[in-house]
Design a protein around this ligand. Structure first.
Ligand code: PAF
Length: 279
């Protein structure tokens, strides 16, 4: 089995992508610790072009000092092996210095879909994501870039920044990959103890119950309160949010009817889980 080649500099990345440009090139930005959800992003890109680059970079600017940057799982050889199974063409695994050269002084400040929910709890997060994603898109100049719906707010932020910066890329949204009990796949699921893993599987079920309540005519406030209580009863230590947002522009939803997204973030022990579903 041939593992995808790894390059670490933007110059090498551009050099390797050059002969593939005539057929089109796709990029899957990741932070590594790859699971089947990431592989489904590569598969979505493979439907567009045989040339799929995967970036693996644990981006320091999207972590706050108290968050898990140092402990975030890193295993490049395991990631390479996984990417071989889906036919990824290459891996871009830059160093922090390659992405943030000495004296780095440029940051994107995201508003619009970045406002609220994740930002209420991780104020640094989307500026860090937007800055690194813009850098990756400018480095690779892909025709397509795939992002998972698991990070739904991030997906809208990325769509917004590609539009605002007129980047010539089509953003491909990819449906959430779930475990057998419905838990959304995430690299952070690896932090869960067996007991916490049992609790984690209840997040998606409570969210489905909340949607059912809304469909039966419950008010948004009532469904949110019942859902939050149910999550705590299921064993979650705290609920950062359980909220409805417009599926397209991410404005808060006050009335059901238009396509919306139910989004949740909840904590068990040291792990914070997020999930979302169409309403
Ligand atoms: O979703 C992720 O893994 C990261 O936020 C991303 C998009 C690769 C940026 O670091």
């Amino acid at each position: 089995m041939t593992y995808p080649p790894v390059v670490t500099t933007v110059a090498e990345l551009r050099h390797m992508l050059m002969p593939w440009r005539k057929d089109g090139v796709a990029l899957v930005p990741t932070m590594g610790a790859l699971h089947d959800g990431h592989l489904s992003l590569v598969e979505a890109c493979k439907k567009k072009t045989p040339h799929v680059a995967v970036s693996i970079f644990v981006n320091p600017t999207q972590f706050a000092p108290h968050e898990d940057f140092n402990s975030y799982p890193r295993d490049l050889e395991a990631d390479r092996a996984r990417l071989t199974s889906v036919g990824a063409s290459m891996i871009f695994a830059p160093t922090a210095k390659e992405m943030y050269p000495d004296g780095f002084a440029t940051t994107l400040l995201m508003k619009g879909p970045a406002a609220g929910l994740e930002t209420d709890f991780r104020p640094h997060f989307f500026d860090g994501v937007a800055t690194v994603v813009a850098k990756l898109l400018i480095a690779a100049m892909p025709d397509w870039a795939a992002f998972g719906e698991k990070d739904y707010q991030q997906l809208l932020v990325v769509k917004r920044l590609a539009l605002d910066l007129a980047l010539p890329v089509e953003i491909l949204p990819v449906a959430i990959a779930r475990e057998a009990d419905g838990l959304a796949m995430s690299s952070r699921n690896a932090y869960l103890t067996p007991a916490e893993r049992q609790i984690a599987g209840k997040l998606n079920r409570v969210m489905k119950d909340v949607i059912a309540l809304l469909e039966r005519g419950a008010s948004i406030a009532e469904a949110q309160t019942l859902g939050t209580t149910a999550l705590k009863a299921a064993g979650f230590d705290s609920v950062d949010y359980l909220a409805l947002r417009d599926a397209a522009d991410f404005t808060p939803v006050t009335q059901t009817g238009a396509p919306a997204r139910l989004l949740a973030a909840a904590r068990i022990g040291k792990t914070r889980l997020i999930d979302n579903m169409a309403v």
